[in-house]
Design a protein around this ligand. Structure first.
Ligand SMILES: Cc1cc2nc3c(=O)[nH]c(=O)nc-3n(C[C@H](O)[C@H](O)[C@H](O)COP(=O)(O)OP(=O)(O)OC[C@H]3O[C@@H](n4cnc5c(N)ncnc54)[C@H](O)[C@@H]3O)c2cc1C
Length: 314
């Protein structure tokens, strides 16, 4: 199945001609998603530098090719049919500590930021210990845990618009909310983020990081077969951290007993769906739909998905 199979306008060929070393065809996205499911992207590029990202976006937008940017695929459910267009995997690296601020490229692991802060004796990033994924996905989804989120420490970030023009914006621009930012709407691309932390005691920071890693290792799967919590918690000011855990509601509808095809609910956490080895994306989709239906029936609450779907589902 070559490029001409779907390249009706010739745009794919022009993109491939412009970036011969960068663009790959028909790349399975299952390998780039922690669920381990999903079909191929028509075109795929792993972008290593800001210049590469910028010039690729410019050309892709001129050619009007649909595109999506992913990081480490730890919050992603890719459809079995894959993605029609270009998937850009952002693997831009780089980190700089300057006083109490750390600037980190969006393709770095979130955990790299935690480690750098610990090493520099800076406190404020401990909450993110053990959260999978890269900084780009973390900012887009305002990733957090234990009552803190990236928006609490981020002071500015570099972003690229859909045409590849790079600019810097302060935190207010991002309209951060629970697991959300403006980038989910504008579909702009996070290039790097700067966090401002406080001076702390290196030993106590490291101890807190270790403690959180320990708690997480008991609650979360350690192997890549999930995307973390599938549904968002429900905002509720009467609850600890202001949220009613979706996992609690799901427990009460018997989620942990449920499976669909090769997808099942993790036995230690009712809000984590896992691929037991043979799941298709559709299995996971169906199981998620069943969980939503049951929660609506029993609790009158419509669960919102935290995991982002990519491509067309049946
Ligand atoms: C075991 C496990 C535990 C987890 N625990 C938590 C947790 O406690 N708290 C939490 O918040 N999350 C958690 N997650 C979810 C996930 O780790 C975070 O959401 C993570 O920040 C996603 O980053 P990513 O690079 O994998 O993003 P991806 O999954 O690759 O992408 C997620 C979304 O972000 C977009 N995106 C990615 N990079 C960019 C970029 N540079 N610019 C623009 N858009 C981009 C994608 O298009 C997609 O819409 C967990 C996941 C797993 C597997």
């Amino acid at each position: 199945m070559g490029i001409n199979y779907i390249d009706k306008t010739g745009a794919y060929k022009r993109l491939k001609d412009a970036f011969p070393d960068l663009i790959e065809e028909q790349v399975s996205l299952a390998q780039y998603s922690s669920f381990g499911v999903g079909g191929p992207a028509d075109l795929f590029a792993r972008v290593r530098t800001v210049d590469q990202l910028s010039s690729l976006l410019k050309t892709v937008s001129e050619l009007e090719i649909p595109f999506a940017v992913i990081g480490l695929g730890t919050n992603l459910l890719v459809a079995d049919k894959g993605y029609r267009g270009l998937v850009i995997q952002n693997i831009i690296k780089g980190l700089e500590v300057s006083g109490s601020q750390i600037t980190i490229a969006s393709g770095e692991d979130y955990m790299t930021l935690v480690n750098a802060a610990t090493e520099a004796g800076l406190t404020g990033m401990e909450f993110a210990a053990g959260i999978w994924g890269a900084v780009g996905g973390a900012v887009v989804g305002n990733a957090g845990a234990y009552g803190s989120e990236i928006c609490d420490v981020m002071v500015k970030a570099e972003i690229a618009n859909r045409q590849g023009v790079i600019r810097t914006e302060k935190t207010a621009y991002f309209e951060f909310a629970y697991r959300s930012s403006i980038l989910k709407k504008t579909k702009e691309i996070l290039v790097s983020a700067t966090v401002k932390l406080k001076s702390g005691n290196k030993v106590s920071i490291a101890a807190r990081v270790k403690e959180i890693l320990q708690i997480r290792s008991e609650k979360h799967p350690r192997i890549p077969n999930s995307a973390g919590s599938f549904f968002k918690n429900i905002l509720d000011s009467t609850q600890p951290y202001g949220k009613l855990p979706a996992g609690k509601l799901l427990d009460e509808v018997g989620a942990k007993e449920l499976s669909y095809g090769g997808a099942r609910v993790y036995e230690k956490h009712a809000n984590i769906l896992i691929n037991s080895g043979t799941a298709t994306a559709q299995d996971i989709r169906k199981l998620a739909d069943i969980l939503k239906e049951r929660t609506l029936e029993k609790h009158g609450i419509t669960l919102e998905e935290e995991v982002v779907s990519l491509g067309d589902f049946e």
